[in-house]
Design a protein around this ligand. Structure first.
Ligand SMILES: [Zn+2]
Length: 367
């Protein structure tokens, strides 16, 4: 059994895509059987399908897919069927996303989707081995975590070294920093976290890219990864010296470090801000406080929203008239807006609520 990693653009995977009872569901120039007999029927709902397209359009990574290569050079899809069908249907005009069909996108938008690379493991082996892989990837029992599956594929001296730091029950990552990490060392969660952070730093799309490079370099040690990880943790403890478990455990500290390690920060001022925001009942996602203080992005705080009673009371008070354009709308055509925004001390109370039509509200929030 041999497993290799490939990056294949959407344009190639969706080439000659067909899905009829006569032909079956095929792509990749007719060479890929997307729905082999052992696969489930297509069951994604609209929201899941849209989530796939949104991921591709944003250029974010999708999870790895598995294909099995047959002796005649064709392929069967082992895992990834529903994501693949979503993408193929979209680029062949099967449905619209955010009210736009693929053909109505600009040339640049279309090209960026067609150039998006899917990460695919291609497995070559006999039927018994393929079946083993299918069991491992898809079925019940103690399913492998993604990182355990990666470790099976990228076993090498570098990985043995990395496991000493991140994967043993009493490894340094556990002994020193478990209070900042979610998951378990033994299930490879710490290793996966560190790898995701360093991939973000290096602009790599997937953990597989980093591990593949380490496997190909016979003299690679995991010291680079460990040293980077130490840098992240030292930075966190220096700028946020007061430890709060509920807020801090499992945050993506490495991503924040990559973006903000060179910012001029004042730990005493940050601590005062944390304390103030913890008491602010408008902030419903307290775990977003750290990211907010570094990036200034209010979205991370999930600020309180007006409830339905407040919305209909404000609507009645205005007689259904949009406060900005002065036109009349039905309640379900309007959205609630804070007259004084949170950043200016505005609260989510009826006297600070106004109803705006959707287009006025969007225009206002873009300013
Ligand atoms: Zn309006």
């Amino acid at each position: 059994m041999e497993i290799t990693m490939h990056e294949i653009p959407v344009s190639e995977v969706a080439a000659d895509y067909v899905d009829t009872p006569a032909t079956g569901c095929r792509g990749y120039g007719g060479k890929l059987n997307i729905r082999p007999t052992f696969q489930r029927e297509f069951v994604y709902n609209e929201a899941q399908r849209d989530a796939v397209i949104r991921t591709v359009k944003s250029g974010f990574p999708l999870n790895v897919m598995y294909w099995v290569q047959s002796d005649d050079g064709t392929y069967e899809m082992l895992d990834g069927q529903q994501r693949t069908i979503s993408i193929c249907q979209y680029v062949t005009g099967g449905f619209s996303f955010e009210y736009r069909s693929f053909n109505s996108l600009t040339k640049t938008e279309r090209e960026s989707i067609l150039d998006y690379k899917l990460m695919i493991y291609i497995c070559v082996g006999n039927d018994a081995e393929k079946l083993d892989w299918f069991q491992v990837i898809n079925t019940a029992g103690e399913k492998l975590t993604e990182q355990e599956a990666r470790n099976a594929i990228y076993a090498c001296p570098w990985l043995t070294d990395a496991k000493n730091y991140f994967s043993k029950p009493n490894c340094p990552a556990h002994n020193l920093y478990r209070q900042y990490l979610s998951g378990k060392a033994i299930r490879q969660d710490y290793l996966e976290t560190a790898l995701k952070w360093i991939c973000d730093r290096d602009g790599l799309r997937a953990v597989e890219n980093y591990m593949d490079a380490q496997k190909k370099n016979s003299t690679a040690t995991a010291f680079e990864l460990w040293n980077y990880f130490l840098g992240v943790m030292t930075w966190v403890q220096a700028i946020f010296p007061t430890y709060r478990e509920k807020l801090m455990k499992g945050l993506n500290w490495g991503i924040l470090y990559n973006r903000h390690k060179d910012d001029a920060l004042d730990p005493a001022r940050l601590e005062r801000e944390i304390s103030r925001l913890l008491k602010d009942t408008e902030v419903t996602n307290k775990r977003g406080i750290y990211e907010y203080l570094l990036s200034g992005d209010e979205k991370t705080l999930s600020l309180r929203q007006f409830d339905d009673d407040q919305k209909s009371a404000a609507y009645e008070r205005q007689g259904g008239i949009c406060k900005l354009c002065g036109k009349h709308f039905e309640l379900n055509e309007m959205e609630a807006d804070h007259i004084d925004p949170w950043s200016a001390g505005g609260k989510t109370t009826l006297d600070n609520c106004q109803m705006l039509c959707k287009s006025c509200n969007r225009r206002k929030s873009n300013h």
